[in-house]
Design a binder for this molecule. Structure first.
Ligand code: 26Y
Length: 798
């Protein structure tokens, strides 16, 4: 946008004056942040308002991305950058003597998501706007985001994340005039209406008012402003007298109160089902209402509307779309179904069986009586359609209702025209294994869309030093055309350049070290290798394998205090689902090993272990630019894609990885010499499953290193962790090590040894790092979303 620094300073002072009646030098950072956010909203209000009107008037097909999670983190810098005024504002703040980074830090991290899936949804919002595509988000305005993690005596403690405070979120705008009603519970009776359809009659339903809050999604320097719509629940005025006690009211308010803190382990909690339906119903009613404003026929709605189901949580979009078309607008089943399938598409984000959503029929029927009828009908018609054409077993495995449960993935696949995985390997596994039965029936529905990241956030915003260095070498065009990073390859043998990148990394390490010193009181040596694993804590992600190796290093040093090794700092960040016992025990053990190691002077700082509490997007922006080694060590075949792997790569960290998820594509991008791969591949893992021949105890008994390391958990070496240590020992030895840590251990140790060796060759290491940066452009979410736009949604973009 066109703006001079002087004009901005005037606008900003006016805004502060109007909002808080305060002069700039007397204002707090929070006041400055709020005024700046308000000013941004003012700058974009016109294109934001016009966007939806234009799309409706011009009959432009629009995609609606439904997700139960959105994880944008902080939005101030992204918004300024995308408006094209980040540098100008920073400069202006210098002129008026305000520290811009303090203003940035006054923003709370918006964490309406657990991890990868939520972050991806937020990234896609940015990318949709950036490629100028008509794509809007639909989600829930949780009062409490993902819990805040504290560590007390080594244990994870969860505190509520009251991110909305008392004044709400500055970026949002409440739109009461767009509220709609959503019905749940009660009974429903159908009366034939004589036109081939039924008229439903609801007895005693609970009626909810769904109120949208909109958040602008600003495209990167292109004038486009899309919308993310988050729904909140209220009691409708007409129903007020039904809710007389605080308790009664709370039951309703609870619906949008909390984000479920589970990631990849499904629990059939009725409130979650209500959340899912609430969001989907409110969103779809609005979409259909807006479509009708075009004056077009409902049976052609698929020509202007695409609805995306981000994992199965919004899968009720399928029957709800049917319901609205049929019950509210009299469309007959066949036409409604034809449109629904063309409108809907679905992304699968996991192959872990425990994360596949299934709802108990009785619970489902009680909460969503009309939707249950429709799902039943979809199921019977599906069975009828495929029977005789496919083996009974395939039909049984793919139908929606089985063993008194509703299978949400099956509903999403049958009810849509597209199913995609999130990395090549993941999609291959869906096709060959997890969803193979569906692949037999609908091969044409399957496609891959490898995940991507917002490259601007993970370079320009979070790593300004590196970005300035890149500018110096290849000019600034890469900031808007990320593929130009490839031009950095020219410098791969230029020692001066390599040294400069090395120094940039060191500066970033010092910044992180200062934060660690301040928050944890632990001193870190910036010449050590910063070896980082940050992600949700889950057995399949194998933080425990990392810890086993740390314990091995501990014994190596204790055995030989003069050992020749590059000092190593292991950094962890990970939240565990509050009910996930094993994950919490791993956190406790990481913290107790940290205690043991960091306080043992005989190790001479060769080894340090840091667990950084409350890992979130904001902390990632500090940690990732300071990392040398990116730990991506999941059991092969388990991590659908991973996205932090891409962020680390972009910041010149070397990936230490199994051949899992997008790690494989990173390897293809950088070449075998610029990544460190170890461990079993997926075929070898599957082989163990088939042959049932894995024997962890044997490895434990026969390999002396493994033996010593594993025994460390139960022999009293690690302080204050007897029961957790026992639990981990049991998981590995008595329960046969479900994720094959012990089988991959040796290979991992060797890979780590290799890292130690090459790090000593500063030039070689820096070449690897530079190669990673130069090839990271291929993981831009802008490109990913272009493929969604072209191959799934059929929407226009620039
Ligand atoms: C049903 C409920 C328990 C549930 C809640 C959250 C199930 C799954 C999830 C979240 C899954 C998730 O975050 N999956 C991750 O998605 C990323 C984006 O595609 C992938 O990169 C990552 O590998 C995958 O674990």
């Amino acid at each position: 946008m066109e703006l001079t620094k002087e004009q901005f300073i005037r606008d900003f002072k006016d805004q502060l004056h109007r909002d808080f009646i305060v002069k700039i030098n007397e204002s707090t950072d929070e006041e400055r942040f709020l005024a700046l956010a308000h000013l941004i909203k003012k700058y974009i209000s016109t294109p934001w308002l016009e966007r939806r009107h234009d799309l409706i008037e011009e009959d432009v097909k629009t995609a609606y991305y439904f997700s139960i999670e959105f994880l944008p983190g902080r939005m101030l810098e992204t918004n300024l950058l995308n408006l094209g005024i980040l540098d100008l504002v920073e400069d202006a703040f210098k002129d008026v003597d305000v520290d811009f980074s303090d203003v940035v830090n006054a923003e709370k991290d918006m964490a309406l998501g657990n991890g990868g899936l939520g972050r991806l949804a937020a990234a896609f919002m940015d990318s949709l706007a950036t490629i100028g595509a008509p794509g809007f988000g639909n989600g829930i305005r949780y009062k409490y985001g993902l819990f805040k993690q504290k560590i007390v005596d080594g244990y994870q403690i969860e505190l509520p994340d009251a991110w909305l405070g008392t004044d709400g979120n500055v970026w949002e705008t409440k739109k009461p005039h767009s509220a709609v009603e959503v019905k749940i519970y009660g009974k429903v009776y159908l009366y034939p209406n004589g036109e081939g359809n039924f008229e439903p009659f609801y007895e005693d339903p609970t009626i909810l008012r769904a109120v949208p809050y909109d958040i602008a999604q600003i495209g990167f320097q292109n004038g486009v402003v899309n919308n993310l719509r988050l729904w909140d629940v209220e009691i409708p005025e007409s129903e007020e007298d039904k809710y007389r006690t605080i308790e009664d009211r709370r039951k309703i308010e609870d619906i949008t109160n909390i984000l479920y803190p589970d990631d990849s382990s499904y629990e059939g909690k009725s409130l979650r089902l209500v959340q899912e339906y609430f969001m989907v119903s409110a969103g779809l009613q609005t979409i259909i209402k807006n479509y009708l404003k075009t004056g077009k026929d409902l049976k052609d709605i698929h020509e202007l509307v695409a609805v995306h189901i981000n994992d199965t949580h919004p899968a009720l979009a399928v029957p709800e779309f049917m319901r609205i078309l049929m019950d509210d607008h009299g469309v007959v089943w066949e036409d409604a179904w034809n449109s629904t399938v063309k409108v809907m598409s679905y992304t699968n984000h996991t192959i872990l069986a425990e994360a596949l959503e299934k709802w108990d029929c009785n619970l489902f029927k009680e909460i969503l009586p009309r939707i249950y009828q429709i799902v039943n009908e979809i199921d019977s018609r599906y069975v009828e359609e495929v029977s005789g054409k496919f083996p009974g077993k395939i039909i049984e495995n793919t139908r929606i209702i089985r063993n008194e449960k509703i299978h949400m993935a099956n509903l999403s696949i049958i009810g849509g025209h597209s199913v995609n995985g999130v990395a090549k390997l993941h999609t291959d596994l869906l096709i060959s294994d997890v969803l193979n039965d569906f692949y037999q029936i609908y091969p044409e529905k399957f496609n891959n869309k490898t995940n991507g990241i917002i490259v601007r956030r993970w370079s320009q915003i979070s790593n300004p030093l590196m970005s300035a260095e890149i500018d110096k070498l290849i000019g600034k065009e890469w900031r808007s055309d990320i593929h130009q990073l490839k031009n950095l390859e020219k410098f791969i043998t230029d020692e001066k350049v390599l040294n400069e990148f090395y120094e940039v990394k060191k500066e970033n390490k010092k910044k992180l070290a200062a934060y660690v010193k301040e928050t944890q009181g632990i001193e870190l040596n910036p010449d050590a290798i910063f070896d980082v694993q940050v992600k949700r804590l889950h057995a399949y992600k194998r933080q425990l394998l990392n810890l086993l190796h740390i314990i091995k290093l501990y014994w190596d040093i204790k055995d030989n205090l003069d050992i020749d090794m590059v000092p190593r700092v292991f950094i962890f960040g990970a939240k565990a689902a509050p009910g996930y016992r094993f994950a919490k025990s791993v956190i406790k053990l990481i913290n107790e090993v940290a205690n043991l190691v960091n306080n043992d002077e005989s190790l001479q700082d060769k080894l340090k272990v840091v667990f950084l509490p409350n890992y979130n997007v904001t902390l990632a922006e500090l940690i990732i630019p300071a990392s040398d080694v990116s730990e991506q060590i999941s059991t092969a075949g388990k991590e659908a894609s991973g996205t932090s792997n891409m962020k680390f790569m972009m910041n010149g960290a070397i990936t230490l990885a199994t051949l899992d998820g997008a790690n494989i594509e990173i390897k293809d991008a950088v070449g075998d010499d610029n990544i460190v791969i170890f461990g079993m591949n997926t075929d070898e893992v599957y082989d163990h499953y088939e042959k049932h021949d894995y024997n962890a105890r044997k490895l434990f008994e026969e390999n002396p290193t493994i033996n010593r390391v594993v025994k460390t958990f139960i022999d009293g070496t690690i302080p204050n962790s007897q029961s957790e240590g026992q639990e981990i020992y049991d998981a590995l030895i008595r329960h046969n090590d479900e994720y094959f840590l012990l089988e991959d251990f040796e290979s991992y140790v060797n890979a780590q040894k290799y890292i130690n060796d090459i790090y000593q060759d500063k030039i070689r290491w820096s070449q690897m790092a530079l190669n990673n940066i130069a090839n990271s452009g291929r993981f831009s979410a802008d490109d990913t979303i272009r493929l969604y736009a072209e191959e799934i949604w059929n929407i226009k973009h620039n």
